[in-house]
Design a protein around this ligand. Structure first.
Ligand SMILES: Cc1cc2nc3c(=O)[nH]c(=O)nc-3n(C[C@H](O)[C@H](O)[C@H](O)COP(=O)(O)O)c2cc1C
Length: 389
């Protein structure tokens, strides 16, 4: 158990045997469910953990309490990976009061049938404060970062921001490296990506505070340069601005013809001077990582086989993911493939046109079954349009 400051203790747990986080994200480095304890005249526990590691978390809590009783359980976020032990806390510690938003109160009964919360909940909203003795918690509304009930809290004594899922990342703390951005980016775009406006609003509020440490619910505590870099990246990401130069080619291919065309198109782009080209096979890549790359770069080329008068499903899934994540402000190129009546291009075009402020760069290239020498010229033309316009 490590100390964040002389009175703020880390009591979270690592999960190294989880197969998929939220039943969809591969997490080869595991996951951490962070939880903190503020040891003051009144003791506040900041969130619980996932029930997968409930016993370990309870042991950490008991060790940190050292025989004392907690006074408050602050529930920043009701998602079960943080709130699984809420009912257990109420039952085990009769003096503990839950501190959460009004929206969270509505959710409590949904998650914990039969638990009597009467007289056990202190509802807080933006600007409210809670004195623990030397520490005072100031609450910050953070609705839709990334659920509606989310609050953050700021400890005015140690200048710590408890940021809920904001500033989180994939990966257990035991496996933490210096490269925070790599898995924080994949986490951000897939989990919070839809809510850029709400993240911007929280960043504006945070700019008015002197923050010495950010304590998220997943991933490492951020301090110093790491904190400043994380805030810089969150500002870019939540404005939907590309982070760096580059072109993503995402392809969906049944028998390899579209794959060959996509790889060749990558070579053409490099021959013409593109410095960074990432080619991803949507059937075999981690979808969350391809989505991350789509947000990272300003330009995306989609290449796909036609399928049942539409597009090969994994490409449909990719574009659908972009749509629900509020993807915007990017340029697209389109390559389609078909053996008798190519339809992939039209389907992809319709889906891209539904995205906000996304431009389709012409010409769209049609491959018939296998790429031929004659297709080179049109691919070169598309490359020129993408690189020079
Ligand atoms: C189930 C299935 C449905 C298909 N539907 C279409 C179609 O509607 N129109 C078409 O032109 N080709 C269709 N095709 C053919 C492929 O799109 C075509 O062979 C393409 O060249 C495959 O590219 P690939 O080598 O990258 O997989 C279909 C193929 C399969 C297996």
């Amino acid at each position: 158990m490590h100390m964040i400051s002389d009175t703020v203790k880390y009591i979270g747990v690592d999960d190294l045997d989880i197969d998929l986080f939220e039943s969809q994200y591969v997490v080869p480095e595991g996951m951490s469910y962070n939880s903190y304890l503020i040891d003051d005249e009144k003791i506040a526990v900041m969130d619980t953990a996932d029930r997968r590691k409930g016993e370990e978390w309870k042991a950490n809590l008991k060790e940190a309490l050292n025989g004392r009783q907690p006074d408050y359980l602050v529930v920043h976020h009701m998602e079960p990976d943080h709130s699984a032990l809420v009912a257990w806390m109420l039952e085990t510690y009769p003096g503990v009061q839950l501190v959460c938003s009004a929206q969270a109160v509505k959710m409590l009964a949904n998650f914990f049938e039969g638990v009597d919360f009467t007289g056990r909940v202190l509802t807080v909203k933006e600007g409210d404060t809670l004195s623990l003795g030397k520490h005072t918690l100031q609450f910050i509304g953070a609705a839709m970062v990334h659920w509606p009930e989310v609050i953050m809290s700021y400890d005015t004594k140690d200048k710590v921001l408890f940021s809920a899922d904001g500033f989180g990342k994939f990966g257990a703390l035991v496996n933490e490296t210096d490269d925070w951005a790599c898995e924080a980016r994949r986490y951000y775009f897939n989990i919070c990506g839809k809510y850029g406006t709400q993240v911007q609003s929280v960043l504006k509020k945070a700019a008015g505070l002197d923050i010495q440490a950010i304590c998220p619910l997943h991933g490492p505590v951020l301090k110093g340069e790491a904190l400043a870099e994380a805030v810089r990246l969150y500002d870019i990401w939540s404005k939907y601005e590309p982070e760096s130069e580059g072109i993503l080619i995402a392809y969906a291919s049944i028998h390899g013809g579209t794959a060959a065309a996509a790889e060749r198109f990558g070579e053409i782009l490099r021959e013409k001077g593109a410095k960074k080209v990432v080619v991803s096979d949507l059937s075999r890549s981690d979808m969350a990582e391809v989505i991350e790359d789509a947000f990272r770069y300003p330009t995306v080329v989609v290449a796909a086989s036609s399928y049942d008068a539409g597009v090969f499903p994994v490409m449909h899934d990719f574009l659908y993911h972009l749509q629900i994540k509020n993807y915007q402000k990017r340029r697209f190129g389109i390559i389609e493939n078909g053996s008798w009546a190519p339809t992939a291009g039209k389907t992809m075009r319709t889906m891209i046109e539904a995205l906000k402020d996304c431009e389709i760069v012409e010409p769209m290239v049609t491959i018939r079954s296998r790429m031929k020498a004659g297709d080179e010229a049109l691919l070169a033309q598309l490359a020129d349009s993408l690189l020079n316009d």
